[in-house]
Every structure is written in C-alpha cells, then in structure tokens.
Design a protein around this ligand. Structure first.
Ligand code: MD3
Ligand code: FE
Length: 218
C-alpha cells in the first residue's frame, strides 16, 4: 500500500511505542497529560529568555526561533555551535530547568530503556509555517552515551530520521502535539531534520510548533 500523509500521522495504535531504530522510539501522546503543567513554565522561560534567531557560523539567520533553560544552553554565532551557561542576550544564566521538564524527560527515557536520565539542558525550538531544520547530527554534547528526549507541541511536523551518513536513506515520521521521542545508543548520532512546517492553527499553541529537546550536555 502507498504511504499517504494520513498514514504518517496515524500509527496503528496511538498508545503503542513506535520503535524507529534499535534505540530510538516515538512515544505517541506521552506528554499530553503534562501539557497544562509544561505551558506555564514555557511561558515564563520565554519571558526571561526570549525566543531569538541565532546566526550560523556561516553568517545566516536561523529561521527557527530558539531559547534555552537549564544550566547549559545551546547557542550559535559566527564562532560556531556550542553550549553556554549564560544567555548571550542578557549575559545572565538561562532560566532553571523546571522540575516538570526533567520529570517528563526521565519518564520518557526510562520507557525507552535509559534509566536515571538527568538532563541539564533544554533547547526550545519554535517553528513557524515554512520553517524547516535541515539534516544534521547532534554532536555538541560531551557524552554520546546519554540519550536525547524531544517533546513536540503545537502544529504537527514531519520528522526526517536518517542514517549515519548524510546521504543514507531517511524515514519520515509524523510528530503531533504531545508526542515524545527518545533516542540514544547506536541511534544517537543519526542524521535528522524537520521538513517545512505546514500552515495551520493549533487550538493551544496557535500557528507554530514548539519542540523541547532535553539533553545532558555537560
Ligand atoms: C534523532 N530538533 O534541535 S528533536 C535539534 O524537532 C533538533 O526541533 C528537532 O534536531 C526539532 O537539534 C528534532 C528530535 C531529535 C533530536 C536529535 C536527534 C531526533 C534525533 C539525534 C539523533 C537522532
Ligand atoms: Fe538535532
């Protein structure tokens, strides 16, 4: 049967984990029960450390808006990509990682077989219609044995999950409001990206998608 867009967003059983790699899993709707607790924290983070468009080492403005919370935050400028303990906009530490963020991340990680996950960094990505994230690897962290947890909120997106080289074939995975992904181990360095966000209106988040990426960066 042909794979339709509908299929991409309709796993056979939405409650069942979908293993997309040996150590990579989508946990459909896991965060739904947490949204009411996550959103006020997210609002407060953005009030203290506003979403902004960082500059890539190549001098381009990133289309996806971003901010961070936790003891380390991912940043980009002309000098490169790295983690920083301070927000370059305010020269102040990033807002603290809310307990509810780390609790959700630890729950998701344990469901994927990674016990005792203690994130110290949460990257908040904000996508508007048309925004994409081109295929890349996450290589700025110290310890690749630590998993990564990502929480999707708002408009649905199509996630590209590739291989260990840029030109390896990639799977397309629909991610909806409340879905959580965890990957680690042999899947930790796989290429991945997000296809251009389709316009739409989400009842809670409006015309955008927010992704929380929780990591142990330090
Ligand atoms: C699979 N963000 O910020 S998170 C990023 O939706 C990033 O905003 C995307 O990729 C987003 O670096 C995707 C899901 C994700 C993150 C890292 C991965 C999936 C991954 C690393 C390896 C394999
Ligand atoms: Fe990434």
């Amino acid at each position: 049967m042909m794979q339709t867009e509908l299929d991409l967003f309709n796993p056979a059983n939405p409650a069942e984990p979908q293993w997309i790699g040996k150590q990579a899993v989508v946990l459909p709707g896991l965060a739904l029960a947490w949204v009411d607790a996550l959103l006020p924290e997210l609002r407060q983070i953005i009030a203290c450390a506003p979403l902004r468009h960082m500059v890539t080492p190549g001098g381009l403005n990133m289309a996806v808006g971003l901010t961070n919370c936790g003891t380390l935050g991912w940043i980009s400028d002309r000098r490169g990509y790295r983690y920083s303990p301070v927000d370059p906009l305010s020269q102040q530490p990033w807002p603290a990682l809310p307990t509810v963020f780390s609790e959700l991340a630890a729950l998701a990680a344990s469901a994927a077989g990674f016990a005792d996950f203690q994130p110290d960094a949460c990257l908040v990505n904000c996508y508007q219609p048309g925004n994409r994230l081109s295929l890349h690897q996450d290589r700025d962290e110290h310890d690749y044995s630590q998993p990564i947890v990502s929480v999707s909120l708002g408009l649905p997106a199509v996630f590209q999950f590739g291989g260990h080289s840029r030109n390896a074939p990639s799977q397309r995975i629909g991610l909806r409001h409340g879905d959580v992904m965890v990957w680690g181990g042999e899947d930790r360095l796989r290429f991945h990206g997000v296809l251009p966000l389709k316009p739409g209106n989400h009842p809670v988040l409006g015309s955008r998608r927010i992704n929380l990426t929780l990591r142990k960066a330090g």
